[in-house]
Ligand binder design. Structure first.
Ligand SMILES: *[C@@H]1O[C@H](CO)[C@@H](O)[C@H](O)[C@H]1NC(C)=O
Ligand SMILES: *[C@@H]1O[C@H](CO)[C@@H](O)[C@H](O)[C@H]1NC(C)=O
Length: 431
């Protein structure tokens, strides 16, 4: 979603002397806290990074031997052995044919989006949202894993990466990635599975534009600009290293709604191929997705704008990339010159393409200002369409300590009648 209004929030951050679960606790030049929570221990991953991990997970992660040139130690895979038995909440989400498997259960899943959750500074607000999601049965939660700036804001404002004077500085402080750490920690505690992405196509929270301001070029050359791509990859690595092995991550996502307007589809295809392969090299057993809107599709096409290739994406070609685990599609008929009723055409066409590709697909964002009357039929179509394995509506709303969470006209607030329609009733259809 491209956000039209950015209101709100920055209260004093809570700074703790203890490292959050899955947070950094050691490494070269690291000067932060080193004490993990009870039941968690600080485990060596590489010379630059030690991480608080469940004490029981010790033997399942990368071996703790220092990687000297003479070492013959074989690195083990990053998967947890606790997936054996299949029903543990400590297992890493995966796919199984055209469906997803979470906590050992292969089924249809519902979720939602709260892009703003990692930008909150009050832990209790994060926990409140997570507990409401858990009670509701919403399992998949997509949040922004980026927050790029070109000038450093005040200490009360959350930011993750400063792109300035040709340099990239990642903020691992209390108003930086430690906020994302808390989201992961809370998701782990509430058995919620996160989709975390690494850059925005749009200018909200920096985006590709923040890289362009720092490295030159423009929104279409960004995909091949070597300095920008090096910084982007470095950022990806910094985020992923914090949560390797966490059962709370559903998938790593390349971007929010990547487009390359007027470009040959090979530009984004090549970028998706190389970036997803890079992510797999960092954490082989984690699912990876693109975060695109699903535009550019021949199967089931009615020839209208979203099906065309003008935004530089080819849904079917990109989905065939071996290091992409599942497809994503978004649905905003009113932004694309379509009627709401057209949504079912869009969902069915993608379902067929996903079946053809042999991969599950996630209806990752969908929204209409008509809420229930337009979106409930989309949910029914998604549920009954082979190849659509889950849906996550845009966007979840709640009442936080600072007031109501952002409302862009698509927000479905917890406890509202639209929530009953689109969450409670929807989930009762398949559980
Ligand atoms: C640690 O600090 C030293 C001295 O400032 C620097 O040379 C070195 O590159 C730093 N190492 C890392 C991993 O940042
Ligand atoms: C970006 O720059 C390239 C190379 O100069 C140019 O061909 C392209 O039209 C530009 N795109 C935009 C959106 O300005």
């Amino acid at each position: 979603m491209k956000l039209s209004t950015l209101n709100f929030l920055s209260l004093a951050g809570l700074v703790s002397a203890q490292v959050a679960n899955y947070g950094q606790c050691g490494g070269q030049n690291y000067s932060g806290p080193t004490t993990c929570n009870p039941g968690w221990s600080c485990q060596y991953l590489n010379p630059y990074y030690s991480q608080c991990l469940p004490a029981t997970q010790t033997t399942t992660l990368t071996t703790s031997t220092k990687p000297t040139s003479t070492s013959t130690t074989t690195r083990t895979s990053t998967s947890t052995t606790s997936t054996q038995g299949g029903s543990s909440s400590t297992s890493i989400p995966s796919k199984n044919g055209l469906k997803f498997t979470i906590d050992g259960k292969t089924a249809y899943y519902a979720g939602t989006n709260t892009y703003w959750l990692p930008f909150l500074t009050n832990n209790a607000d994060v926990d409140l949202v997570m507990s409401h999601l858990q009670q509701s049965g919403l399992k998949i939660l997509r949040v922004w894993g980026f927050n790029d700036v070109n000038t450093q804001p005040g200490s009360g404002t959350v930011w993750f990466q400063l792109l300035q004077n040709g340099q990239a500085t990642i903020n691992t402080g209390a108003n930086g990635l430690q906020r994302l750490d808390y989201v992961v920690q809370s998701a782990e505690a509430h058995d919620i599975k996160l989709i975390i992405n690494f850059v925005n196509n749009w200018n909200d929270y920096g985006g590709i534009n923040a890289y362009v301001n720092n490295y030159g070029g423009n929104a279409t050359t960004w995909y091949t600009n070597s300095a920008a791509q090096a910084a982007y990859r470095n950022y990806i690595k910094a985020v992923i290293s914090r949560y390797i092995g966490s059962p709370a991550i559903f998938a790593w996502e390349l971007a929010n709604e990547p487009r390359c307007h007027g470009c040959d589809t090979s530009v984004i295809y090549n970028w998706v191929s190389s970036t997803s392969a890079y992510i797999k090299s960092l954490e082989p057993n984690r699912m990876v997705c693109i975060g695109d809107e699903g535009m550019g599709l021949t199967t089931g096409s009615d020839g209208s704008y979203p099906f065309q290739y003008t935004e530089g994406t080819d849904f079917e070609k990109n989905l065939a990339i071996p290091t992409i685990d599942f497809g994503t599609l978004h649905l905003y008929p009113s932004s694309w010159g379509e009627q709401d009723s057209w949504g079912s055409t869009w969902i069915s066409a993608h379902g067929q393409a996903c079946v053809n590709a042999g991969k599950p697909c996630l209806l990752e964002e969908y929204g209409s200002t008509n809420h229930c009357s337009s979106e409930a039929p989309w949910q029914s179509t998604a549920l009954s369409t082979n190849g659509i394995a889950a849906d996550s509506f845009w966007q979840y709303g709640d009442t936080l300590s600072t007031g109501q969470s952002p409302n862009d006209g698509y927000t479905i607030y917890y406890g509202s009648s639209d929530y009953t329609c689109l969450v409670t009733n929807h989930i009762s259809q398949f559980q």
